[in-house]
Design a protein around this ligand. Structure first.
Ligand code: 5AD
Ligand code: SF4
Length: 541
């Protein structure tokens, strides 16, 4: 009978990835994964220490295992950040735990399990400061999206944060390991990767090579089979214009930046040892939005940090109003052992933390709703836009009748190679803009692309209707000689008009027309533009 392992993961994506690695090692030794601890021979909790609340959840869940141990006697291991934080105190609190293993020791887990089964003694594995740099085999559950750790630990020492004490100092994985892992994923048909690190922007600073984070992105962008690259988390003190340009220019890198602000008050930012002011931060955001106007920006905020006055909190509130994050995660400050902030008095009462937390949650909800509403409420030709952040600019330009600019925005979106749903909408909007510009043939090409590539898309019917409704056009000339008609057509095309030649059946005349529109009004506005250039015009139906 193969042995069974149950693993429960608390905390962040780093832990999710570590759990995958642990499972991969155990599966290699014949274990199968089960979804309930009752049926398991080995029960593992991969734990998180980021806030006390997270730890309390784990403690109470470990308590529940007492009965299980009495009945089934599985081997129980506590792994991850809490293991490192509490070490043998875990045994004191819960004498039935078999082993405690820190994040840097996880590669020893198969041996720990084996030993715990034989020796019946409690085993403590928290001695490693650095984890060995191994090529982590493929052991992922999700075959279409993969987490790839690019570095471990952190050197920033934000005064509230326990990470450097439980996950150690920054340790970048060798470039070759990451590239090989991503190539292997691509070979297995995985199109999307998320690069993980506490501060991905400082990737490589501790390595001998010259490749930093942007260089890594460039290399990964070239790997065939990979379609989307995401990353998290970025620290504002290391995020730069160079990164934003790379995000814009590398077609596979998703336009999303998670950039924790933590507080809008410079006093609090300094107490947090963040290394930037709010002005620095908003300058970065301004720069990012100039380079990638539709970039998704998300953030983390802590309320109730020691000495946070009402005025400091208001600064955070105003900062969020100003920046309008697409999403923000709000946390109540929680003192963590060993951290510098833990030496400060936790002087903001829980009630006040709660009130501030609620106020920011409410603000964020309004901001997110407004952002979505903005897109949803844009009406165009009776069609309601389905709110996608990436189309914010294009849709605003359409509302202002700036179709050529809107078309350029849509082309940019298509060039970034986004998800199918976004692409379908981009083809549709581009077609509409081109129609409005009188470029019927180009519009038709985009609509046909939409119909061919995404036949199930909700935009297909709209596109077909737009094509079939297009019966108004502007006639600019009518010639007996085809060569003359061609000359005028080419002249108009050179000026940016969508001109074409129409020869009706049984007639010997060559008509030069521009555009095909669903309504007379659109044809009239094109007629006006042609008239101002001195062309004789006539609207035809
Ligand atoms: N108290 C509250 N929030 C914290 N975070 C990290 N440490 C603490 C703490 N001691 C939050 C930060 C970080 C996110 C992952 O968790 O906002 O960005
Ligand atoms: Fe992740 Fe930090 Fe929690 Fe550790 S303490 S699991 S690094 S969030």
């Amino acid at each position: 009978m193969p042995k069974k392992v149950y693993i429960r993961t608390f905390g962040c994506q780093m832990n999710v990835r570590d759990s995958e690695i642990i499972l991969g090692m155990l599966k290699k030794r014949g274990y199968t994964q089960v979804e309930s601890p009752d049926r398991a021979d080995v029960v593992l909790f991969n734990t998180c220490s980021v806030r006390k609340h997270a730890e309390d959840r784990v403690w109470s869940n470990i308590g529940v295992l007492r009965e299980l141990k009495a009945n089934n006697k599985p081997i129980i291991g506590i792994v991850g950040c809490m293991a490192q934080n509490y070490q043998d105190e875990v045994f004191r609190r819960f004498p039935y735990i078999d082993f405690v293993c820190g994040p840097a020791n996880i590669y020893g887990i198969p041996d720990l399990v084996k030993k715990a089964g034989k020796e019946k003694t409690q085993l403590l594995a928290v001695n490693r400061v650095k984890r060995p740099l191994l090529c982590d085999g493929n052991s992922r559950k999700n075959k279409l999206k993969a987490f790839v750790s690019i570095m471990y630990g952190c050197n920033n020492f934000c005064s509230y944060c326990i990470v450097p004490y439980v996950r150690g100092r920054q340790l970048s994985r060798p470039l070759r390991h990451i590239i090989d892992e991503v190539k292997d994923l691509a070979g297995r048909g995985c199109p999307e990767i998320t690069l993980l690190g506490q501060n991905v922007n400082s990737y490589g600073q501790d390595l001998k090579g010259k490749t930093g984070f942007v260089g890594l992105l460039e290399k990964l962008n070239r790997i065939e089979g990979i379609e989307r690259i995401r990353f998290m988390t970025s620290h504002p003190k290391d995020a730069s214009k160079k990164l934003f340009c790379a995000m814009r220019d590398l077609s596979k890198v998703c336009k999303h930046l998670h950039l924790p602000l933590q507080s809008g008050s410079d006093k609090i930012l300094s107490l947090m040892n963040r290394g930037y002011t709010f002005r620095d931060y908003s300058g970065l955001i301004e720069c990012l939005r100039k380079i990638i106007p539709d970039c998704n920006i998300t953030s983390d905020i802590i309320v109730g940090f020691p000495q946070e006055s009402e005025a400091d909190f208001q600064k955070t509130y105003q900062a969020m109003q100003k920046i309008r994050f697409d999403q923000a995660f709000i946390f109540k400050y929680s003192p963590r052992p060993k951290t510098k902030a833990a030496r400060l008095e936790d002087d903001v009462p829980l009630k006040v933390k709660q009130r501030r937390n609620n106020a920011l949650l409410k603000l964020q909800k309004i901001t997110s709703t407004v952002l979505v509403m903005f897109c949803v409420l844009l009406l165009f030709n009776g069609h309601v836009f389905a709110g996608n952040e990436v189309f914010r600019n294009a849709e605003a330009l359409i509302l202002k009748d700036s179709y050529s600019q809107a078309a350029r925005e849509c082309e940019k979106i298509l060039a970034r190679n986004p998800r199918a749903r976004i692409k379908a909408k981009a083809y549709y909007l581009l077609g509409i803009c081109l129609l409005k510009e009188g470029k019927f043939d180009q519009a038709k090409k985009n609509f046909n692309e939409l119909l061919r590539r995404y036949p199930g898309s909700k935009f297909c019917d709209e596109a077909k209707a737009a094509l079939s409704r297009s019966s108004f056009s502007v006639q600019v000339g009518c010639f007996a000689k085809e060569a003359n008609a061609r000359r005028l057509r080419d002249e108009l095309i050179n000026l940016g008009f969508g001109a074409y030649i129409l020869k009706l059946k049984g007639e010997s005349l060559y008509r030069v027309r521009v555009g095909k529109f669903a309504g007379r009004q659109d044809a009239q506005s094109l007629e006006q533009r042609l008239k101002t250039r001195g062309y004789p015009t006539k609207i035809c139906q």
